[in-house]
Write a protein that binds this ligand. Structure first.
Ligand code: CA
Ligand code: CA
Ligand code: CA
Ligand code: CA
Length: 199
């Protein structure tokens, strides 16, 4: 409870500080997904948030997220994460962007790498209770940062990120047709067993 309060204070403070600089901190995916505001994200909550995210990333709104649109969305992603607008993203900016709190992000040294067999949610849920806690969110995204920071200098540049996201987009496009369908999107985030049945 105390930890949660401290986290809320930290989030509020970072919003105030950001506003002070004329930058509005966007709500993190974790906060958006936690619809009932109980501090954990269930698979159902995540799926709902991902459906919204997919629509957002589909630039021309034709219901199909192309590999190019995915990479373009990553550019916005990078800019939103770079809250102090210095052109690089540090681990705290990165983790706050995804989780709404930086937690112990700076302590994470081991990279988290992604492959076709592992979904983000499965990798995040290290406690295996089917829910994502804030500390699991932080550990995952901090580990992703270590992996994505190619030069390992603690600063992720736009080029480092976008180069890697081209590969990520191609990995998510399981059948290689240039389109990441909503099913392929869900698989990459939630895993295969959670893929919805075809309508
Ligand atoms: Ca929840
Ligand atoms: Ca599209
Ligand atoms: Ca920055
Ligand atoms: Ca595809």
């Amino acid at each position: 409870m105390k930890k949660f309060m401290l986290m809320s204070i930290f989030v509020s403070l970072s919003i105030v500080l950001s506003l002070g600089y004329g930058i509005v901190q966007a709500q993190s995916l974790f906060e958006k997904a936690d619809a009932n505001k109980d501090g954990v994200v269930t698979k159902a909550e995540m799926k709902k948030a991902l459906a919204d995210r997919y629509k957002n990333e589909d630039g021309n709104k034709d219901g199909k997220l192309t590999v190019n649109e995915y990479v373009q969305a990553r550019q916005k992603n990078f800019d939103a994460a770079d809250t102090n607008k210095d052109g690089v993203v540090i681990v705290e900016e990165w983790v706050v962007y995804w989780c709404g709190t930086a937690g112990d992000a700076a302590k994470v040294k081991e990279p988290v790498t992604m492959d076709r067999k592992s979904s983000r949610s499965q990798r995040m849920d290290t406690g295996k209770d089917g829910k994502i806690q804030p500390n699991e969110c932080v550990a995952f995204w901090a580990g992703r940062f270590v992996d994505l920071d190619d030069s390992k200098d603690g600063k992720m540049t736009r080029d480092e990120y976008l180069n890697r996201m081209q590969g990520m987009a191609e990995m998510m496009d399981l059948d290689g047709d240039g389109i990441i369908t909503i099913e392929e999107y869900y698989i990459s985030w939630l895993g295969k067993e959670k893929a919805p049945a075809k309508k």
